[in-house]
Design a protein around this ligand. Structure first.
Ligand code: C5P
Length: 402
């Protein structure tokens, strides 16, 4: 998430390329940016504020003289409460207005008032781009320190013409934003990670199941932390009630067998972090119909069968990831059990934690873990599960860079 926490004021100008700005909003948000959209009157002829608002999950600013908007967030605040002003598409008219400091609409007022970096993604007919007036304006704007991405050469949307004038593609614009905001390549860029999280549910019959108290908080936080560092993360989650983390592909499963199948389907990977509290047993033959309570009869016996061990399977897999990390939820002898598990499961690291009831770890927000690896044992202080996730992600980065 190379734009995590960055606030981008996106001014959408009036051109057919405005349709690409809808995708641009998604691409920026995927990288963690907050996008606050301003639409010019002409932009609203091409795409609707409703669509822009839905994609940016917030208010769309359209009017310099809107009584509500100016009371709530005036144009001066819009111009200041951001890290970058991006104009996409930037029309010939907008650039002419900017070059002369015109502020007769909200976009113009914001652009004149802002002290932030400004990036333009021009889009226009090639003849308009080559026009002497436009070339003069571009030079003026560059002289004012305004950055440009594109326009690109290619076919025009509105005619059979080709030439330079196409708006840069959303991902090219995102790259230009990252360059301007100083985001470098992420340390886990290009690495694939699989994280398991949550409990599994093993059916007894269609309405009953065996499970455990795992909330999925730790696993989900680890998936999010790896994604923030640029990893391409697949989160295989058992049934949980917490939201899917941003920037992660989440696959939902119920049982241990389904979890194993989903994990194997996503190999090869560079990193596997198996956090799920997988049920050790499933019911050997789960009933197809609800088992009825029979008055006067003894309760039905439950025959259990062992579930596949996902961590052990991955730790000994022909496509074993370079880094395999497991968790060990223990209620006693945390270190000894953790060390034994390291060898048995073929893991590079076991994150062992004490889940005895008095610790409140199961379902809680905090965790105190012992890091067990070939290098020895490291005991971390009590931390939030998010902090444990971040430290673990930093450890993974260090492992890959050493
Ligand atoms: O053996 P134990 O359940 O204590 O091991 C815990 C570790 O093994 C965790 O990383 C858990 O995700 C993983 N595990 C698994 N499949 C199982 C049991 C545990 O992946 N069936």
């Amino acid at each position: 998430m190379d734009l995590a926490g960055k606030r981008i004021l996106l001014i959408i100008g009036g051109g057919i390329a405005a349709y690409k700005s809808l995708d641009l909003i998604r691409r920026l948000r995927e990288r963690g940016a907050q996008v606050r959209p301003v639409m010019t009157r002409a932009a609203q002829e091409f795409i609707t504020p409703l669509a822009v608002g839905a994609l940016s999950s917030g208010h769309v600013y359209t009017d310099l003289f809107s009584r509500e908007d100016e009371q709530d967030v005036g144009h001066i605040r819009l111009a200041r409460d951001c890290d970058l002003v991006l104009v996409a598409p930037a029309t010939a008219d907008r650039m002419a207005k900017m070059a002369h400091g015109l502020a007769d609409d909200l976009a113009g007022a914001v652009l004149l008032a802002t002290g932030r970096s400004v990036l333009l993604a021009p889009a226009m007919n090639p003849k308009m781009w080559q026009a002497a007036a436009t070339l003069r304006n571009v030079e003026t704007l560059k002289g004012d320190g305004i950055a440009f991405v594109g326009p690109m050469a290619g076919e025009m949307a509105e005619s059979n013409e080709a030439g330079t004038g196409r708006m840069a593609e959303p991902l090219q614009i995102v790259d230009a934003v990252i360059d301007l905001l100083g985001g470098g390549p992420m340390p886990l860029q290009g690495r694939r990670a699989i994280v398991t999280s949550g409990p599994t549910h093993e059916p007894i019959d269609p309405v009953r199941y065996i499970a455990n108290r795992s909330s999925g908080k730790q696993g989900h936080a680890i998936a999010a932390a790896l994604a923030k560092l640029g990893a391409d993360v697949t989160l295989v989650s058992g049934p949980v009630t917490i939201p899917e983390p941003d920037g992660v592909t989440t696959v939902h499963v119920e049982t241990a067998s389904e979890m194993l199948a989903a994990v194997e389907a996503h190999l090869p990977a560079d990193i596997a972090v198996m956090v799920a509290a997988v049920a050790d047993w499933r019911v050997a033959t789960s009933a197809g119909q609800k088992i009825k309570k029979q008055p006067g009869e003894a309760p039905p016996p439950l025959m259990l069968a062992e579930n596949p061990d996902i961590l052990k399977t991955v730790g000994h897999h022909v496509q074993r990831p370079k880094l395999v990390i497991g968790f060990a939820a223990e209620t006693q002898d945390v270190e000894d059990n953790g060390r034994a598990k390291l060898a048995r499961k073929g893991a590079d690291m076991i994150v062992a934690n004490d889940v005895s009831p008095q610790t409140g770890v199961m379902g809680g927000d905090r965790n105190r873990v012992h890091i067990i690896s070939a290098e020895g044992i490291d005991i971390w202080p009590e931390l939030s599960k998010t902090d444990v996730a971040q430290r673990l992600a930093a450890w993974i980065v260090a492992r890959f860079s050493s």
